[in-house]
Design a protein around this ligand. Structure first.
Ligand SMILES: [Zn+2]
Ligand SMILES: [Zn+2]
Length: 168
């Protein structure tokens, strides 16, 4: 389900971000729009350093501070969703024109899977009716461990390396 956003969507979210920055008298720097684009062209979830390193690898000159404060702005204006999966770290994903979905998180390696099951929507509606509430959204995370132990160990090792790099 996680696919890079459509080109039209990217143009549209840029417009939304532009007017948000304008309204708040915030600077409309190209770097901020690059961060937004990076998120909408990517798949799934990532932490702030993932975005920073990916942009750096692609040769974009953007500081870590810019990535962090742009993410805050994007969360504030509702274009990016911030999620916390168990640990203290935050994950980001695009929020506009992105299908409602839920998450399964491996507590060993931190791998995040998305799934979509219409039955969860039915439960949401039923629970709302029972409790006399108009439920409009939900956030559901399942935690467990990968069945593929080898892939899990590799990811865990990789994550350890990344956190060493980002501390350096
Ligand atoms: Zn997600
Ligand atoms: Zn795992």
């Amino acid at each position: 389900m996680a696919h890079p956003a459509h080109e039209d969507t990217i143009q549209l979210v840029k417009e939304i971000f532009r007017s948000y920055l304008k309204e708040g008298n915030q600077r409309q720097t190209p770097e901020r729009f690059m961060v937004l684009e990076e998120i909408y062209r990517a798949d799934g979830h990532f932490d702030a350093d993932d975005i920073f390193f990916r942009m750096q690898e692609a040769g974009t000159r953007v500081s870590r501070a810019t990535v962090y404060n742009t993410l805050d702005l994007l969360v504030e204006c509702g274009l990016v969703q911030r999620q916390q999966f168990g640990k203290s770290q935050y994950y980001y994903e695009r929020a506009y024109a992105y299908q409602q979905h839920d998450h399964i998180i491996c507590s060993e390696c931190g791998h995040v899977l998305e799934f979509c099951d219409p039955r969860i929507g039915e439960i949401q509606e039923l629970i709302g009716r029972i409790h006399g509430m108009n439920i409009t959204s939900h956030s559901l995370h399942f935690y467990g461990t990968c069945e593929d132990k080898k892939a899990c160990a590799t990811r865990k090792e990789q994550a350890g390396k990344n956190s060493l790099v980002s501390k350096g």
